[in-house]
Design a protein around this ligand. Structure first.
Ligand SMILES: [Fe+2]
Ligand SMILES: [Fe+2]
Length: 286
């Protein structure tokens, strides 16, 4: 049995190495292979490895077509938001596990959103710095997912134990044919919304004495300011390339491609730290 396991383990390793060398021949090929990887831990690990290869200057961008939806593991069960159990109070371990699980699910989607952005818009005339930034974001999302997985393990839990939100890829599908819409909706609406709500989450975790979880969420929060900053930088750059007024283009894309409404209160301080001008979004609040 042990020998059998070793052989299968070696085969799996060499298969992984082989498929990695195939997908890493170009950045977009690697991104598509990661999108097609269902296993969350393997997705996160491959993200960090591809980022290292890219940042070493070993591969070109290339062109590869991303799947309509990324591969997902059999668990967690994905449910529409109305069927999701209400989040319990953070005072109980089970309440904190539910929070960490929900955040892990968001980070897993964020890994795929970053790789999808890299692959989907690779045919546009974008400088290498664009890919540097979004590969960096993908790598940080992978790290966030891993940090949350580790914290879940401290509670004897793992990603997949609870049901998760089914709708997180809808924004990607609604913006699949428009780079400006993707940048407006994903980093500048969804990730900026994360900046609005996360400080309260950190404070609540600290209030109940869960400093380890609070530290993980704070780390994520600090990195996400950089993700919003990358969104602003590239949204403005692409608007400049196309001769568009960035604030108007932002509002038009959000109206057209984002189903919900921008909900105050906004965390103006964190948004300003990301370089996100208030006049882009403040007039759009419900
Ligand atoms: Fe993240
Ligand atoms: Fe992010």
């Amino acid at each position: 049995m042990v020998a059998g396991r070793t052989i299968r383990g070696d085969e799996a390793k060499s298969e992984r190495a082989e498929s990695f060398s195939q997908f890493a021949s170009t950045l977009t090929g690697g991104a598509v292979a990661i999108l097609a990887t269902a296993d969350p831990a393997a997705k996160a690990e491959a993200s960090r490895r591809l980022a290292a290869i890219w940042h070493a200057g070993a591969i070109e961008v290339g062109h590869a077509t991303p799947p309509q939806r990324p591969a997902r593991p059999a668990r967690p069960a994905l449910r529409p938001p109305r069927e999701m159990p209400k989040r319990r109070a953070f005072g109980s371990a089970s309440g904190r596990v539910a929070l960490l699980h929900a955040l892990a699910h968001i980070e897993l989607n964020a890994i795929d959103l970053a790789w999808d952005l890299v692959a989907r818009f690779s045919r546009e005339a974008l400088p290498r710095a664009f890919f540097d930034d979004w590969v960096g974001v993908a790598c940080e999302e992978a790290l966030h997912f891993e940090l949350l997985m580790r914290r879940l393990a401290d509670f004897g839990a793992r990603y997949g134990d609870l049901p998760a939100h089914a709708g997180l890829w809808e924004s990607a599908e609604a913006t699949a044919d428009d780079l400006l819409a993707r940048l407006a909706v994903v980093p500048l609406v969804l990730e900026a919304r994360g900046l609005d709500v996360t400080p309260e989450m950190i404070a609540k975790l600290e209030r109940v004495g869960d400093l380890k979880s609070a530290a993980v969420v704070r780390r994520v929060y600090c990195d996400e300011i950089g993700h919003v900053a990358a969104g602003v930088c590239w949204f403005d750059t692409v608007c400049g390339m196309r001769g568009l007024n960035a604030a108007e283009a932002f509002r038009e894309r959000v109206r057209r491609c984002f189903k919900g409404e921008l909900k105050p209160p906004f965390n103006h301080e964190a948004r300003a730290a990301a370089g996100f001008p208030k006049h882009y979004y403040d007039l759009m609040k419900s």
